[in-house]
Write a protein that binds this ligand. Structure first.
Ligand code: HEC
Ligand code: HEC
Ligand code: HEC
Length: 410
């Protein structure tokens, strides 16, 4: 009898030890998963401001209409509470739901497919600790015929290559970590890679710049005219961590990406991502364009407007003031698609705040006191001065963006 009690006690002791240990393990797994959710910026599309974490409702504009981020809390009716890990892994890796329905590419599974199963397991463990919220979301707001999911089969055939990231043995472990983050969880290509007419990535032009409605996500490869070729690895890390560096200040969708995601990346992950970006240069062979001549009429008027309205902050030679007013001279963003530039000049912009750099410098709106021709002239001047060279901006471009901005009230 005594022996029985003893062994029962031992059993209990061993069992509770084991439980404590698996408790610590699962805690580690959950905190790893929480970090993976930050790396992947799930919140951007699944947490609507003012609503509980991951309860969905964020509208995502696509050229085909709107999709709404799903409720991914563990609620059994309206969230993913009835899913198994395999169901979740299939959504991330293959882009389909447990009922077989295919997901739209607005959920960036084309990038998340690269995520390892171990990382998905941690993410899954974390998602299960989130407060379940009963909130029904109809994710598909697309008009006919785009709202038919049956066409997604063909879309996937053209645009989707399933498979976990395979490390390149010729590269260092750090480079591979960077590639894994940029191509996979970071889904940087969702915004920075140009798209084909059905909205899929043009893979051969990975990260060379893409227009997102009223913003332009510039080339972030190492090209020295259109990309971040002149930035050091340290400049890139600083931008991703704080939203600003000596060259630029993040606005619009990038300010949000920094605020929700990259500011929380560990330094070693930011360094790895930067190292990888610095190794990409697919446009090396393209010749650098020549700037428009200074005696061109748009250039002459643009120069006068710049001196009068802009040079106070951006300084006469376009050098800007580090962390406060972005540098316009020799800047890849200025040489790219002008849509963001027109947007910022018409509507103004307030840079995002981060833990590391909490001030929000602001660019005033000029839409009310500069007409379409003025805006086109000043931007043409900026795009062809101080080392920049890019096509002129036409008053028609300004006019049409002004209309779009009025319609969407920004
Ligand atoms: C750029 C926006 C975006 C980001 C970032 C994003 N999602 Fe989604 N997600 C969506 C959209 C939109 C849908 C709905 C798609 C549909 O209905 O076809 C969705 C659907 C899902 C679904 C399927 C839910 C269901 O009930 O069908 C899961 C699971 C999911 N997302 C998980 C995640 C996780 C985990 C992350 C972060 C690693 C993430 N998403 C990041 C936009 C996004
Ligand atoms: C939601 C869309 C979106 C996502 C996701 C995104 N970016 Fe951006 N990014 C932008 C936009 C838009 C800009 C231009 C910001 C501006 O005008 O200030 C930008 C700017 C940048 C710049 C500055 C380039 C320059 O010349 O000034 C860098 C560097 C950058 N992004 C890196 C990244 C990396 C790395 C990732 C992935 C971890 C990423 N971005 C994900 C939209 C995005
Ligand atoms: C009061 C100071 C101030 C004045 C005046 C000003 N800007 Fe700006 N500008 C800023 C700030 C601050 C930003 C960064 C805003 C952000 O990132 O959201 C900015 C951003 C920009 C950008 C986007 C650059 C980038 O890399 O993201 C352009 C283009 C620009 N300004 C052009 C102009 C032009 C053209 C004028 C004159 C018509 C002008 N600015 C006048 C403060 C100013």
């Amino acid at each position: 009898m005594k022996k029985f009690i003893l062994s029962a006690c031992t059993l209990f002791f061993v069992a509770s030890l084991a439980q404590a240990e698996s408790g610590a393990d699962s805690w580690d797994l959950v905190s790893k998963g929480r970090y993976i959710a930050q790396l992947g910026d799930c919140t951007a599309c699944h947490t609507q401001p003012g609503h509980p974490l991951f309860s969905g409702g964020v509208a995502i504009d696509t050229p085909f209409g709107q999709l709404i981020g799903a409720n991914i809390t563990p609620d059994p009716e309206t969230g993913i509470g009835r899913w198994t890990f395999t169901d979740f892994q299939n959504a991330m890796r293959k882009g389909h739901r447990p009922d077989g329905q295919l997901l739209y590419g607005a959920m960036p599974f084309t990038a998340y497919t690269k995520v390892t199963q171990a990382d998905n397991q941690a993410l899954w463990a974390y998602l299960q600790t989130v407060q379940p919220i009963n909130r029904a979301i109809d994710t598909n707001q697309l008009p006919f015929p785009f709202r038919l999911r049956s066409a997604l089969n063909i879309w996937n055939m053209i645009n989707f290559k399933e498979g976990e990231y395979k490390p390149d043995p010729r590269q260092s472990a750090e480079w591979n970590r960077g590639a894994y983050l940029v191509q996979g969880l970071g889904h940087c290509g969702t915004c920075h890679t140009p798209k084909n007419i059905i909205g899929g990535d043009k893979g051969e032009h990975f990260l060379t710049g893409n227009t997102l409605g009223v913003w332009f996500a510039p080339d972030i490869t190492n090209n020295s005219h259109t990309g971040i070729g002149k930035w050091s690895q340290k400049d890139l890390v600083e931008y991703l961590k704080t939203g600003a560096n000596n060259y630029d200040i993040a606005s619009g969708p990038m300010a949000e990406a920094v605020e929700n995601s990259t500011q929380y990346w560990k330094d070693e992950d930011l360094n790895a991502a930067a190292l990888y970006l610095k190794s990409l240069n697919t446009r090396r062979t393209e010749p650098t364009p020549q700037p428009i001549a200074m005696d061109n009429t748009q250039m002459v008027t643009g120069k006068a407007i710049y001196a009068d309205r802009c040079s106070g902050c951006h300084v006469p030679q376009g050098e800007g003031v580090a962390h406060l007013f972005p540098k316009l001279a020799d800047s890849p963003l200025i040489n790219g698609d002008p849509v963001s530039l027109i947007h910022v000049v018409l509507a103004g912009s307030r840079a995002g705040g981060t833990v590391a750099a909490p001030t929000h410098p602001a660019m005033p709106a000029f839409g009310w006191n500069l007409d379409d021709q003025n805006v086109a002239d000043v931007l043409t001047y900026i795009r062809n001065s101080w080392g920049n060279a890019a096509p002129a901006v036409s008053p028609d471009d300004v006019k049409s963006l002004r209309k779009t901005l009025e319609k969407t009230a920004q």
